[in-house]
Structure formats: structure tokens, C-alpha cells
Design a protein. Sequence first.
Length: 362
Amino acid sequence: MIFQKSKLLIPASLMFFILLLLSGCSAEVRSGFQATPVAYGKINQIAVVSDDDTWNSAIGDTILYYYSSAYPILPQPEPLFDLIHFTPFDLESSAVRREMRIYLVVADLSDTDSPATQMVLNDIGSEKAYQAKSDPDQSSVVIRDKWASGQMVIYQFAYSKADLIDQIIKRFPAAAKRINEFDSDKIRATVYQSGENTEESAEILAKMGAKVQVPGDYITAISNDDVIWLRKETDFLSSNLVFHKFKYTDQSQLTREGIKAVRDSIGKKYISSTLPGTYMQVNDKDLPMFTSVKTLHNRYALEARGIWEVVGDFMGGAFISYLIHDPDKPDLLFVDGFVHAPGKDKRDYMQNLEYIISTIEY
């Protein structure tokens, strides 16, 4: 059986109206379903948004002094954060510049003609901004996903240049902590891009009594009843984790001298270069070794940061060590992370090690 297609004749004027209506609808559909960009940018990178005259003043100097201060402690100075400066006009003129991960918007609201002032007022509302005039605690606001998903915008403002400088100084510790926490997901994705080495994690639990998430690209260098040493090796990086458990005797072990002695004893016994008679030790002559008390999963931990060297060879790098104490256990857990990356910046590598260590439960 054959069906013949029927022909439907539509007047030209009606056809034009239908096409016009459909073109308008499709534009709305395209606009409504336009994909939200995903924020881009490196870990520890901040785009500072301010007017040029603000950036080139004592306000900009204050931002640089705190946010670009030295990361503790590395063989060569590296900043806590990498800063890029944009003006509000720079953002308006380029969509790509509005798609970075972290922004710090700084404005002196007493300058009503300032583009940065107008940006703050438009973004957070004049009523919210005005509260900072009588209450300095209201001089900072955080907005997420403003121009792209996975984005954080920190606004810091005041009603005079002097007050703005005071607010930048006062709020730096909280802002830095917030930025580091915001970066933690990206750090985790970097550290565990090869998955987890569950066999190594199980061995550390069995021998050291500690849970830790070992990345998949770390392999065993040494494993005995005394020490477990894990290594990640690439063409330009050696990243290392050392675990050691030993008997707790008295409080003197949980001191600067105590943690240095443990690290040096392990370095002398297990870690050397290819040259005979060489061994690793703490170098606290060229740079000091700093210690501080931390809490790691509700356990007391003494943290040490410094640089190491190999005696008898030209090798060195940065380290971070922890002595973890659980009063219900007879042993202390020593954990050490160190890198060797000649000619490379080491801040991000050390942050990766810190992240792994932060997963330890003892």
C-alpha cells in the first residue's frame, strides 16, 4: 500500500512570522542553556582586583608584604601565594580574566568615583558595604561562583586608605587559611591522580599502627620493623615519606632537640647519596629549623620545618616532620616528608606532602 504525501500550503506572511518567532525562541534557549564556565588557575594563585592607584600605593605594598611573604621553610625563598593584578576594567574587557579560581577585590570606598568602589557596591550591595563604616568587622565579604563554577571572590574594603591597610593586615591570617582550605580539593586531586596505594597503607597500619592514605605513585624504598620509607620518583623530583615508631619515655622527646635527634638518627642510618660514607642530616646553620605544636586528628603533634643536606655530597632540600603522641599508646610516631628537586620550586611539592601527612590517624 502506498501513501502519498499531502502538501500543506502556508502563506508567505505567516511563514515569516513563524520563522521570526522560532528565531527569537532559539536565542532564548541558547541564552538559558549557556554553559557556566569552570574556573581555572593554579594552586596558590590569587588575582588581586583594585584600581591602579590603589595597587601602586601603600595598600598594594601591604598586600604584597603579607600575601607574598616567604613560605616556611625552603632552600630558596618562594612566596605563600602567586599574585596577579587586574583592574576592574581588565575584568570587564576580557571574559577569560573573570574565570580564575580566586580573587581578592580591594577598595577604598571613600573614593566614590573609583571603579573598584563601584564594583564592590554593585556586587555586595551598598547597604552591606555601608555597615563597614560603623562596624569594621563587616568589611569583608566572600562570594562563591560569581563568574564561574569553582570560584571564590574575597572582598576587602574600608572607608579610608589607613583603615583599608589595617583591615588587610588584620584579616590576612583568616583569608590565607580560607584560600588554603579552598585549594585543598585541588591539592587532593593532584596528589591522588594515580589513585591510592592500598597495599602500602595496609603495611603502615600493620607495622606503625597508623592509618594514612598513600598515593598510588609512591613505592617502597625500605620496609622493616624500624622504618618504612616510601618514594615517588620522576625525572625532576624525588618526593619521600618516612615512618618510624619508637618508645615514648619522657617529655624531652617532644622538643626541638628531640625531633631533630630522631630525624638525624634515621638520616644517618638509612638515607645517603650514591657516594660512600654520605648521609642525611638537618642543616640548621644556613636556615633555622622551626617547630610548632599542632593537632592532627585530635592527637598532639610537634611539627618541624627546615632544610636537609647530605654530608659528603652536594644535595639538599626541604623537609617537614611530625612527632605524634597518643597518651594511650606507649610509642611515638615520627613522620617525615622531604623533597629533592634541583632547580625547581618546591613549595607545591611540600604542600602535597603536607596533605598526605594530614590524612594520618594515629
